[in-house]
Design a protein around this ligand. Structure first.
Ligand code: E4P
Length: 227
């Protein structure tokens, strides 16, 4: 399973990429705003450069399908490792699968985003999306079972040998990460604060503290013995 960082914060992206944990980065307009990446072009180019050749997902910012296509081509021209996030449908319910299909035909990788159901996953795969982002937290908000959506989707994609890989986003706790992994996610995209939380355990810290005390004691005994 791969781990992506769901962030536009340079420090966190570099931190988790340089230690070999992060296999890619995802953003969306809300993430860019939260992390103060107000200039989409400059911000995306910088992240793409730091993490190259790992993929960076950048999302379109329009409801208009023609504009979506133009934007996607422009965003993709910024760096070779940029993947374009296209929603399942625009905010007025117009499906965006034709855009996904066109971009993939042009060699531009697509992350079919804001997926909430197995049905949407099927359509995104048929349209040729390289990645399909299922929103764990938001599926749960509506009373859905995100674990079931993920395991059904992954089984179906693998059975029919689609190239699409499931990215689980909308992660709100470490438990979400672990359950998404158990459900068979190909990739989980994690906000950096939860990666840090995954690394930490109070008993690990206490055990390391005990080792430090004993190492000090052993050192003192060695010094005495050497006299
Ligand atoms: C990732 O690809 C998604 O855009 C992101 O995780 C969505 O998270 P949210 O539901 O917290 O907005």
């Amino acid at each position: 399973m791969e781990i992506f960082v769901d962030s536009a914060d340079p420090e966190e992206i570099i931190r988790w990429t340089t230690c070999g944990i992060a296999d890619g980065v995802t953003t969306n307009p809300s993430v860019m705003l939260k992390d103060k990446a107000y200039d989409l072009e400059d911000g995306s180019k910088a992240i793409a450069r730091w993490i190259h050749p790992r993929p960076l997902s950048v999302e379109v910012t329009t409801n208009d399908l023609d504009e979506m296509l133009d934007q996607s081509r422009r965003f993709a021209s910024w760096a070779p490792n940029i993947v374009i996030k296209i929603p399942q449908e625009n905010q007025f319910g117009v499906p965006c699968y034709g855009i996904m299909n066109q971009l993939e035909k042009e060699g531009i990788r697509v992350n079919a985003t804001v997926a909430m159901s197995f049905g949407q996953v099927m359509l995104s795969a048929k349209a040729g999306a390289s990645y399909i982002s299922i929103f764990w937290g938001r599926v749960g908000d509506e009373g859905g079972n995100p674990s079931q959506v993920i395991s059904d989707s992954v089984k179906w994609l693998e059975h029919w040998k689609y190239k699409s890989r499931v990215v689980v986003g909308s992660i709100r706790s470490v438990a979400d990460v672990l359950q998404a992994a158990t459900a068979g996610a190909h990739i989980v995209t994690i906000p950096p604060q939860f990666i840090a939380k995954m690394a930490d355990h109070k008993y690990t810290r206490a055990t390391v503290a005990q080792f430090m005390v004993d190492a000090q004691k052993a050192l003192e005994k060695m010094t005495l013995a050497a006299r």
